[in-house]
Design a protein around this ligand. Structure first.
Ligand code: DGT
Ligand code: CA
Ligand code: CA
Ligand code: ZN
Length: 572
């Protein structure tokens, strides 16, 4: 579909939505919707058509044709602008939720000021919807279910799902003859917690074989565009993949540009302008003469901008340019620096692998130490007892003697109760090498109570790590509504580490929280929370978050040698 047709289609569809939300004529809304589809599917480019020619498209009458012409000549349509003014963009997002029509969306906006899907989820969890006319507990459940469906299909996708697809495609394309380089860029290379679409780059003289290979992949459900420079597909699971083939000479410039973020690129281009240069996806050029300076590697481009190479996980315009200019970029933590995992489960509780298998898999990862932290009894379905824990400890000590290269720590994941209490008395906790404590229930307490609860857990002398601190589940459950500044302060004061849980559905703490927590001087633990041997590699995603939070080895206790770690874990 020509680009202009797609833009016009989106605009007409938006107008139809806005008419519906504002309670307008349903007939009119349907007419615009029909015209939107017709323009979208029209084989010829609508750019350059006049009113008369546009009216030959089925469903496009005079008034719609005039709006299209207005858009083509000025880039906007006054009737659409007018309605946009009264309806925040987020309200339009709401009507995409199955179970939630335009009338209900407008009501939520007017009565509760809700103008985003996230705010709606929070309002439902805060039980603020059920008092509205026409809403009840059942409606709330239906809406939540609708949001889940929406997020599973049209929305952003979890980091690991996108990574799997990207790595497979990079593997396939790298193997083709003529492939000089191949890599994923975009938000995936920056390790954002969710991914809008996957951007893959190839450096090669001829693009056609790579484009053909992409559209022929078995997971392709739909080809969205098939061109010489760019081809886009959608997988059966709804993930979009964009492939761009660059001339080998502009690899660095293309990689820098398509890695983003957009905000970071704006900054790098500004620096170029100050130096009388011009930076684009094709290279770095002299502004005046247009002569190319460099384009082959990212390093060379940053160097000519007077900067050291900036790791992709920092490229979010959060001060990385200024830090680079001062030579003060953090020496980021890497996965290799991690000496052990401090939060894992076995089949003694809800894990799927045996203790022996987990230990074997951990040793294979080259860890110097490894903590087994099965659930404590207050998570009732786990049926944990002191006897079972002690029996497991005996097995852990036995295995520890066998595994010469790796020290085993026996720990537990405690449950932070409604008032911040934990499962077992201090005498019993004293027997563990490490206690992680996490919230697994009572998510909807008041902000004050949640805050006091987490602070009290941090103050418990036996608790060394707060597990998945906000308890968010991406796309499913928002984080706890607590005063996390108070929690971070308490963790720093009591020497309690905050977990960066690496499970792709959690990634908790997230990058913003890590950055804020770090200002309090808190330490962190990047853990897998593995419930199976196959989950241990999730650690890479937690490391991605840690890097996005500007963390160094010094900030992360499980990069430390065992002796230093043990001193940190000691009660007090
Ligand atoms: P996503 O896909 O929403 O998870 O996020 P990104 O960052 O992968 O964004 P995407 O796929 O739209 O574009 C990939 C990169 O290409 C982006 O990070 C920066 C660059 N880029 C795309 N469009 C623009 C633009 O209009 N201006 C600038 N400066 N850069 C752009
Ligand atoms: Ca992308
Ligand atoms: Ca893209
Ligand atoms: Zn947990």
């Amino acid at each position: 579909m020509p680009r202009t047709n797609a833009e016009v289609q989106a605009l007409l569809q938006e107008y139809a939505d806005l008419v519906r939300i504002s309670g307008g004529d349903a007939f009119k809304a349907r007419a615009y919707e029909k015209a939107a589809r017709a323009v979208g599917g029209h084989p010829a480019d609508v750019a350059g058509l006049d009113v008369k020619e546009l009216r030959e498209i089925p469903g496009v009458g005079r008034s719609i044709a005039e709006k299209i012409v207005e858009f083509l000549s000025s880039g906007q349509v006054s009737a659409v602008e007018e309605r946009r003014e009264h309806i925040p963009a987020g309200v339009r997002e709401l009507i995409a939720i199955p179970q939630l029509g335009p009338r209900k969306a407008m009501l939520l906006h007017q009565e509760l000021g809700i103008s985003s899907v996230d705010a709606l989820v929070a309002a439902i969890h805060g039980e603020r919807l059920r008092d509205l006319k026409g809403f009840g507990e059942k409606t709330e459940q239906n809406i939540l279910h609708g949001i889940e469906l929406l997020r599973a299909s049209g929305g952003r996708i979890l980091l690991d799902a996108a990574m799997e697809v990207a790595e497979r495609i990079v593997g396939e394309l790298s193997a083709l003859p003529g492939c000089e380089r191949c890599a994923y860029a975009g938000s995936l290379r920056r390790m954002r917690d969710t991914i809008g679409d996957v951007d893959i780059l190839v450096a090669a003289e001829a693009s056609a074989p790579f484009m053909a290979a992409l559209v022929a992949l078995p997971e392709v459900a739909e080809t969205l565009a098939h061109g010489e420079k760019k081809t886009s597909i959608r997988t059966a699971k709804g993930l979009q993949v964009d492939l761009r083939v660059l001339p080998p000479g502009s690899w660095g410039a293309g990689l820098q540009y398509f890695t983003g973020s957009k905000a970071h690129n704006i900054r790098t281009r500004e620096i170029a302008v100050r130096r009388k240069l011009k930076l684009s996806e094709y290279g770095l050029f002299h502004a005046k003469s247009g002569r190319k300076i460099t384009s082959e590697t990212e390093e060379a481009i940053y160097e000519r901008l007077g900067l050291p190479w900036i790791p992709p996980t920092l490229r979010e315009d959060r001060g990385e340019i200024a830090a680079a200019e001062r030579g003060e970029l953090p020496d980021l933590i890497t996965e290799d620096a991690v000496r052990g995992d401090l939060h894992t489960h076995t089949d003694l509780t809800d894990g799927l692998s045996s203790l022996e298998a987990m230990v074997e898999a951990a040793a294979a990862r080259g860890y110097a130490y490894f903590a087994v932290t099965d659930h404590a009894p207050d998570l009732a379905m786990q049926r944990m007892t002191q006897e079972k824990m002690l029996a497991q400890r005996a097995r852990v000590r036995e295995l520890d003697r066998v595994h010469r290269g790796m020290r085993l720590l026996h720990g537990t994941e405690l449950n932070i109760g409604p008032d911040g209490e934990v499962d077992w008395p201090g005498e019993f906790l004293a027997g563990f090498d490490i206690c992680v404590a996490s919230v697994h229930s009572h998510f909807n307490q008041s902000r004050d109570r949640l805050t006091r609860r987490l602070v009290r857990a941090a103050e418990n002398p036996y608790v060394s790590v707060i597990g998945h601190p906000t308890t968010r589940r991406i796309g499913k459950r928002p984080g706890l509504d607590a005063d996390f500044d108070a929690v971070f302060e308490a963790c720093a004061r009591t020497g309690t580490a905050l977990e960066i849980n690496s499970h792709p559905e959690r990634l908790d703490l997230c990058d913003d929280d890590i950055l804020r927590a770090k200002t309090y001087g808190v330490k962190f633990a990047v853990n897998s929370d593995a419930h199976s041997t196959t989950h241990l590699p999730y650690l890479r995603y937690g490391i991605g978050m840690a890097q996005r939070g500007w963390l160094t080895d010094e900030d992360v206790i499980n990069t430390w040698p065992l002796g230093r770690l043990r001193r940190f874990l000691r009660p007090g």
